[in-house]
Every structure is written in structure tokens, then in C-alpha cells.
Design a protein around this ligand. Sequence first.
Ligand code: HEM
Ligand SMILES: *[C@@H]1O[C@H](CO)[C@@H](O)[C@H](O)[C@H]1NC(C)=O
Ligand SMILES: *[C@@H]1O[C@H](CO)[C@@H](O)[C@H](O)[C@H]1NC(C)=O
Ligand SMILES: *[C@@H]1O[C@H](CO)[C@@H](O)[C@H](O)[C@H]1NC(C)=O
Ligand SMILES: *[C@@H]1O[C@H](CO)[C@@H](O)[C@H](O)[C@H]1NC(C)=O
Ligand SMILES: *[C@@H]1O[C@H](CO)[C@@H](O)[C@H](O)[C@H]1NC(C)=O
Length: 322
Amino acid sequence: MASFPKITALFLLAIAMMLGASNAQLSATFYSKTCPNVSNIITSVLKTAQGNDIWIFPKLIRLHFHDCFVNGCDASLLLNGTNTEKTETPNLSTDGYGVIDDIKTALEKACPRVVSCADILALAAQLSVSLSGGPKWTVPLGRRDSTAPHKEKIGNIPSGHESLATIKSLFKSFGFDSTDLVALSGVHTFGRAQCAAFTDRLYNFNNTGKPDPILNATYLTSLKSQCPQGGNPTSLINIDEQTPFTFDNKYFLNLQQRRGLLQTDQELFSTPGADTIALVNKFASSQSQFFSSFSKAMIKMGNLNPLTGTNGEIRLDCKKIN
Ligand code: HEM
Ligand SMILES: *[C@@H]1O[C@H](CO)[C@@H](O)[C@H](O)[C@H]1NC(C)=O
Ligand SMILES: *[C@@H]1O[C@H](CO)[C@@H](O)[C@H](O)[C@H]1NC(C)=O
Ligand SMILES: *[C@@H]1O[C@H](CO)[C@@H](O)[C@H](O)[C@H]1NC(C)=O
Ligand SMILES: *[C@@H]1O[C@H](CO)[C@@H](O)[C@H](O)[C@H]1NC(C)=O
Ligand SMILES: *[C@@H]1O[C@H](CO)[C@@H](O)[C@H](O)[C@H]1NC(C)=O
């Protein structure tokens, strides 16, 4: 009888170890001895980069998202070549790769062969948010880089035309609940989208020959003038019309006014009976609750299937396998 509690304790310890195993190796202090200045170095490259490209911050956080949703946060997205995620999907219009290279160059000078490209993406994403007025969070580190691209998983990146049910099940498959989904969608409070990502909503929604009936009428007029029929499908339009450079909670106020740019954005608020409606309202009325849920969800996203220990490598050039 006396041994029962002991066995139970051992059993619970084993369970705890198994549960923790998936991201136990990532740690906020991973580079504290090997590259203590990593965050300052990245910040300094980012500030220079912003002088050359005012849109660089949204571009960089999007890279981390696309990296993590395609087979985990392993920098597979960054690989150059003919059979890679980068070249196979021109319509995803990701950008900012040159700045990742600049960061890598600066870090190779300061601490050679130490900081992975996957960690650069995670840190650049966090700093891009805080430098745009958004929250700061502590980024768990210690990811290593893939030794192959994962083009076959590129279908994990949604187009913006999915139903809410489809988006919810995609996010659920990665362990995200509705709070995580709504908080992460709030990242569309800055940055731009191509006309091609939403013109169907302006002219021929769901093959009806009419606009999406949910669109705010004055917003529809404005979008039609920015994306005329027969115009350039790659023209870039601010996702948050009013504060496109600022990481704030305006995105949720836009949804309440039916001014969500992507179909998937507006569905969070306009799908009858959806549990996401209350979350949109909560984040619209409290920026601090948005910031705290967003930070939590970003840490969760950064923990998706990292390579650690002896898996993967520390790439010397983020575009190439060593
Ligand atoms: C709910 C699922 C999501 C969908 C359907 C979606 C879809 C899109 C689409 C279609 C665009 C416009 C791309 C273009 O036309 O060039 C876009 C832009 C963007 N997305 Fe998402 N996205 C989602 C979630 C996320 C997440 C989780 C992040 C990051 C954490 C993110 C970050 C961004 C950023 C920052 C931009 C603007 C990029 C720029 O200005 O260069 N998105 N998204
Ligand atoms: C850390 O990096 C910053 C920005 O590049 C630089 O100004 C500073 O001198 C560095 N500090 C150390 C101790 O290397
Ligand atoms: C990687 O691709 C970019 C864009 O396609 C190109 O500019 C660059 O020269 C390539 N770099 C290498 C090392 O192949
Ligand atoms: C699109 O049209 C189909 C068929 O008419 C309908 O079942 C579906 O609900 C519509 N989707 C949206 C988002 O309106
Ligand atoms: C890519 O975008 C262009 C318009 O910009 C469109 O004609 C083409 O069908 C798109 N391709 C895919 C695979 O979505
Ligand atoms: C449409 O947007 C305007 C702001 O330009 C807002 O005052 C109005 O309430 C919105 N309409 C709806 C139906 O939400």
C-alpha cells in the first residue's frame, strides 16, 4: 500500500515529461552564453531595413507564419531552388527574405554558426510587432534548420477564401482554439494584400455576379476604386485602411463595421452563431486582452514542430543547406 503513492508520483512524472517533450528544448535563454546580443543585433538590422522598406515589419512576421504552418518552424521556407516552398508559390507573395539574409550576415559576424535561421524568423517576427507598437513577448529559442524544403505541405497556407469552418479545423489541427485563431487573425491589423486576394468580393462573390453582401457600402466603393475590374491584380492595398503600419486592435473594430478585407477576416464576425463573434468584440473593446492572447498564440505558433538537439543544422546561409 505504501508504494502506491510513489508509483503514482513516478507515473505522473513520466506523463509530465512526455507532455513537455514537444517543446521542452526551446528556451528563452538558449543564446545567453553563445550570442547574448542576438536581440539587439536583429533590432539594429531591422531599423535599417525599415528605412529602405516601410512595409518590412508585416512582411517579416508573415514569413514566420508561413514557415511554421508548413511542417513546423524550421526555416524550410527560406531555401532557394526550383523545388522549394519559395519558388513553387509565387501567389503567396511573401517578401522580406533579403532582410533575413542581412540579419544572418550580422549574426555570423558576431557569433558564427550559432543562431539558426528558424530562430531568426521567430525573433524578427516578435521584434517586428513590438517595433510597430504591438506587444513584447519572450521568444523561446533553440530551433534548428531543416535540411530539406517541404513544398508538399504548402497547402496548409490558407488563401483567404475559406469558410470559417475550414479555417477553424485547419487551426485546430495545429492545436489552436478559437481564441488563438481570432487573436492570430488580428495580425492583419498591419500590412497589405494584393487585389487578387479579395476582388471576387467586390465584383463576383461566390459566383453571384454581385459583391459580397456583408461588405460595408462605403468600404466597397473605396475598394472598387483601389482595385478596378481589369486592373492590376498584384496592386497592394492596406489591410487595415486607417492604421496600416500600427499593430493595434483597429482590425477588430473594422470587422464590427464590416470592413474586413479578406473573406476569412470578416467571417470571424459575420458567421451567424459563431463563437468567434464574442472574441472579436472582446478584442475590439480591449487592446490589452488582444495583446496578451496574441502573444500567447505566437509562442504556441513558434513551438510548432521545431527541430532541436541533434536534428537539423545551423545553416550558414539561410537560403542553402550547408
Ligand atoms: C486565418 C488565416 C489566415 C489567412 C486566410 C491569411 C491570408 C492572408 C492573405 C490572403 C494575405 C494577403 C497576401 C497577398 O495578397 O499578398 C495575408 C497577408 C498577411 N498575413 Fe495573413 N492570413 C492568415 C493568418 C495569418 C497569420 C497567423 C499571420 C501571422 C502571424 C499572418 C500575417 C500576415 C501579414 C503580416 C500579412 C501582410 C503581409 C504584407 O504586408 O506583406 N496571417 N494573409
Ligand atoms: C550589441 O549590438 C548592438 C547593436 O548592433 C551594438 O550597438 C552593441 O555594441 C552590441 N553590444 C555588444 C556587447 O556587443
Ligand atoms: C536566391 O533567390 C533569390 C531570389 O530568387 C536570388 O536573388 C538569389 O540570388 C538566390 N541566391 C542564391 C544563393 O541562390
Ligand atoms: C455560395 O454558394 C453556394 C451555392 O449557392 C452556397 O451553398 C454557399 O453557402 C455560398 N457561400 C457563401 C459564403 O455565401
Ligand atoms: C495567381 O494569381 C493570378 C492573378 O494574380 C491568377 O490569375 C492565378 O490563377 C493565380 N494562381 C493560383 C494557383 O492561384
Ligand atoms: C460602414 O462604415 C462606416 C465608417 O465609414 C460606419 O460608420 C458604418 O457604421 C459602417 N456600416 C455598417 C453597416 O457597419
